[in-house]
Design a protein around this ligand. Sequence first.
Ligand SMILES: [Zn+2]
Length: 250
Amino acid sequence: MDLIPAEPNDMTILARLAAKTSNSFAAMMQSAVEQLTRQQESKPLPAPVYLPIGMYITRCPDMNGHMLTLSFTQPDIFYPKDQVLGIDWGLTYLLSVAPTDDINEVQYFTLPPAALDWIKRTPVSDGAEWQIIRAFTAKRLEPALAYIVQHGAVVRSENIKTKHMDQGISAKLQKLGLIDFQRAILPQAIYTSGGRSERIAPVGTSVTCHKCAQVGERSGTTLTCPQHGDVNADGNAAIWMLRGGVASGC
Ligand SMILES: [Zn+2]
């Protein structure tokens, strides 16, 4: 059984674990930790925040890939929340969170470039390196969870259908714990803090312009609308999530 603390490990423990793998991985982790620290310093989040603690996730292959959450805590504080948030998921932008219809207000939670490069070029394996990257990703998801739980009275997020995705990317999102985060950790944290979680069909959300509803060209993380030009495709999708999906109209 593969027991992974969902609560992020201390960075020094991660760095020490990385040093036991290979020199190149240890060096990559070192720069990723430095980049993460800079990212978080440049964009401090409001405090105090609620974070679930003591949450452990176990993968049970004989349960058809389903997971169990063994325990999670009830927060002491219920935040007075009144916002609807829309969330899109991905690899380059782990989470894009839209609090309004304005694409400039979308919050992006990304991995540091060093870690993202490593993830993109390294095939998924059961090795220690992927375990360390998973714990590191959990560290990055911590402020995202805090932001969502603190602000979202209603949280509408993309219903990730892994069978419709590129299987390489899907395997990586699973390995990073992002699927578990979306399906279990986030809904539980929202529920226990007094919010409501909704799943939204992602059809068309990253190719339909959020301003005029015309279908544009998608290239990488950019969506080009014939009328409005280039926008961040993930931020654009997050706004459609906020509205309840493309099919629901503007
Ligand atoms: Zn447009």
